[in-house]
Design a protein around this ligand. Structure first.
Ligand SMILES: [Fe+2]
Ligand SMILES: [Fe+2]
Length: 204
């Protein structure tokens, strides 16, 4: 059911997040992942008052790193100690910025605490402590196989789409906490495979 007040709050939240997300070009990521989060909430349950703000704000912490650092920690292929360290910084800084943004909007302090705690380990945490945390992690990772996400990441990380597809297809089954996300990622990847084939035909 549509709640106009809530829709307005979500619009406002995107507005607040925009300057932070713009630093790494993450606005599309936040929007696409938010759409997936809505689907996951619908199919899996979970508190939208936690999941939606958390997914919108989860990557605002990249804004605290400089471009060189961002490039080290960037993307699905980033690995190594330095990448892990920088990745952790984006989680901690993101949690702190998200807390400030939500506080400035007079959001419920108990919900802020839950949202901040999810953002603090959204990438590095292996286990989940709540259904909401699982949904945020799943919505974040669904970006990778989404139409916008796949092609945007191939371009900005300068990856051969075929290579990126192979990488995702080999690993995606290990990433998700919900069966809905697993199914969606599988369907998305089938679509990406068709697009890659179509692209190849276009270029010959
Ligand atoms: Fe992140
Ligand atoms: Fe993310």
């Amino acid at each position: 059911m549509k709640d106009p007040e809530w829709s307005e709050f979500i619009r406002r939240l995107f507005q607040e997040a925009e300057p932070y997300l713009a630093v790494r070009g993450d606005m599309a990521h936040a929007q696409v992942s938010h759409d997936y989060a809505l689907t996951l909430i619908r199919k899996e349950g979970g508190n939208a008052r936690i999941v939606e703000p958390a997914i919108i704000l989860h990557d605002v912490g990249w804004s605290r790193l400089d471009p060189r650092e961002i490039s080290i920690a960037f993307g699905v292929l980033a690995e190594g100690e330095e990448a892990d360290r920088l990745n952790h910084i984006h989680e901690l800084e993101g949690a702190s910025i998200a807390g400030q943004v939500l506080k400035s909007l007079d959001y419920d302090p108990l919900l802020i605490e839950k949202i901040v705690s999810i953002i603090r380990t959204h990438d590095s945490g292996v286990d989940i402590r709540s259904r909401e945390e699982g949904l945020v992690k799943d919505a974040d990772k669904l970006w990778r196989s989404s139409k916008v996400g796949f092609w945007q990441e191939a371009e900005r990380q300068d990856l051969d789409p075929k290579e990126l597809y192979r990488y995702l297809n080999e690993r995606y089954k290990e990433w998700f906490f919900t069966s809905t996300a697993l199914t969606l990622a599988g369907e998305d990847l089938e679509e990406r495979a068709k697009e890659i084939d179509a692209n190849r035909l276009d270029s010959t």
